[in-house]
Ligand binder design. Structure first.
Ligand SMILES: [Zn+2]
Length: 162
């Protein structure tokens, strides 16, 4: 777990300029650009998108459309749909990748490793025995067995909302 989401954090630490505004709000507001943003699915209140800096192939995030900064904002219909999407994403990852395990989690706050702390999101990361060792060695080069476009097609194929 100590290396989990390290790539995401490294991207921030390296000083790469953060996008003007909020990248998740931008994706949420541009449903006509789902291919460009690697959006797998959308609901009324949230969407599912690939992580551009995946820890493993299939690393995705469930993100509310609303610019919500903490758990207090995740209630009502949003909480219901987010949980349904987390379950659906879990099922899609299982069907598409047959992983040995899946990490499901949130990094709340910069100190916890959040790359975009002001807009909460839930990571789902398919895992295999030994992938941490593999990735910690090669994290700088991000050698992954498939492209984001391939991951997008694969997960859309296996997506079915509950
Ligand atoms: Zn936002």
């Amino acid at each position: 777990m100590e290396h989990l989401f390290a790539g995401w954090r490294a991207q921030f630490v390296a000083g790469e300029d953060r996008p003007v505004g909020c990248v998740f709000c931008t994706i949420g507001a541009e449903p006509d650009h789902d291919d460009a943003h690697y959006v797998i699915a959308r609901g009324d209140t949230c969407f599912v998108v690939l992580n551009l800096y995946p820890y493993t192939s299939g690393h995705l995030m469930v993100v509310p459309n609303a610019h919500v900064g903490d758990l207090a904002g995740l209630d009502g219909a949003l909480a219901e749909e987010m949980w349904a999407f987390i379950r659906a994403a879990h099922d899609a990852l299982r069907a598409a990748y047959h992983p040995e395990g899946i990490n499901v989690g949130m990094n709340l706050g910069r100190a916890a490793g959040a790359g975009i702390a002001e807009h909460v999101h839930v990571h789902l990361v398919p895992r295999w025995s030994g992938d941490a060792n593999f990735m910690s060695t090669l994290a700088e080069t991000r050698v992954l067995p498939e492209t984001l476009s391939d991951s997008l097609i694969k997960l859309r194929t296996h997506w079915s909302a509950h």
